[in-house]
Ligand binder design. Structure first.
Ligand SMILES: *Cc1c(COP(=O)(O)O)cnc(C)c1O
Length: 350
């Protein structure tokens, strides 16, 4: 039986034998071959569907370890700033562990699915009028002043837990060599975590390759691409609407060491990739998760970087059900017919 990623990868994580593990059996998410995209673009792409985690995003990988450690250290409460998924995940693991959970979120820009999660898991929600960067600034000051455990990706256990995704990708690909790992970049913790995971497997001779790390950002929130803080980040992909990535130095190093790249995609490109993934591959994700696929498509179209026959994994970070407004605002549901056989028969026109 799968018992969560700490149990599976405990030899790579710093947990004691008698530690009480806070888990929802996260991890072990599907790696799906992207048949339609592969035919269209000539690469060999696999989709790592992190939306299949218990709270619907990859954040659970770091949260299981961060909350396990908070409990081990006798913390009384956990706190985070969040564009949505960190708060949903913290609230879930907070509920499971019995720790009080506080989440500071930008009120106007959080997807409703994520907010409902924090609500029903029982976290104390603190909505603010600023953006994520402002929320994190406030939370950092609070954790400096009070005995609260910060569970943003500044917490080293978050990155530690998240690196298991790289182990899983390598395990799932068996002995196939991976050329590129593509993922969306917001606060830049996940790219840091993947790179660490791939390096650990390589250094322990479990794999004999290191993939290039390709980080994609939304065009108006592209701090890593531009190499500077963005004051007023904007994008429909709210999970990566971040202007001041706290892990920027580590992420920059991951990109450089792996010989990878940072690039940006417009909201239009994100929307197109989002639709392709759902309607051609059957994989429904939230908008931010479409950024890496939008980026790969962009690279193919621009012809600047050859991806032909390259083995690529795109990390699809969050579940589509979290942001249903995005779909309902952009696509229309047909008008209702009479509830009669004849009306439906005529309408479908077989
Ligand atoms: C948190 C998140 C990201 C960004 O990850 P970082 O580690 O902050 O770069 C991307 N997509 C989704 C769905 C997320 O929840």
């Amino acid at each position: 039986m799968w018992k969560g990623l700490i149990n599976k990868y405990k030899n790579y994580l710093s947990v004691k034998k008698d530690t009480n593990i806070v888990t929802l059996n996260e991890g072990n998410t599907p790696l799906i071959k992207a048949d339609w995209l592969n035919k269209e673009y000539g690469f060999e792409l696999y989709l790592k569907f992190e939306g299949a985690n218990p709270s619907g995003s990859f954040k659970d990988r770091g949260m299981t370890l961060a909350v396990t450690k908070a409990l081990e250290e006798n913390s009384k409460a956990i706190i985070c700033a969040s564009t949505g998924n960190t708060s949903a995940s913290a609230a879930a693991y907070g509920a499971r562990s019995g720790l009080k959970t506080l989440v500071v979120v930008p009120k106007a820009k959080i997807a409703k699915g994520k907010l409902s999660q924090a609500l029903i898991y029982g976290a104390q929600i603190i909505p603010i009028k600023g953006n994520f960067d402002k929320a994190l600034e406030i939370v950092r000051k609070l954790t400096d002043k009070y005995a609260l455990t910060l569970v943003n990706s500044l917490n080293p256990f978050r990155i530690e837990g998240q690196k298991t995704a790289a182990f899983e990708v390598a395990d799932q690909l068996e002995n196939k060599e991976l050329d590129i790992l593509a993922l969306p970049v917001g606060n830049a913790g996940n790219i840091t975590a993947y790179w660490r995971g791939f390096k650990e497997y390589y250094n322990k001779n479990i794999t004999n390759y290191l993939p290039k790390m390709f980080g994609f950002q939304a065009a108006r929130s592209a701090a890593m691409v531009k190499g500077r803080t963005i004051e007023d980040p904007e994008t429909i992909a709210t999970a990566i609407r971040i202007g001041n990535p706290v892990n920027r130095d580590k992420a920059q190093k991951a990109m450089e060491e792996s010989n990878g790249l940072f690039d940006s995609v417009t909201d239009k490109e994100i929307k197109e990739a989002h639709q392709i993934l759902a309607s051609k591959e059957g994989v429904f994700i939230e908008p931010a998760s479409a950024a890496p696929v939008a980026g790969l498509i962009k690279l193919c179209k621009e012809n600047k970087y050859s991806l032909t026959n390259k083995k690529i994994v795109a990390v699809l970070t969050g579940n589509g059900l979290k942001d249903q407004e995005f779909v309902l605002d952009n696509y229309s549901i047909p008008n209702s017919l009479e509830g009669k056989f004849k009306s439906v028969e005529e309408y479908i026109n077989i």
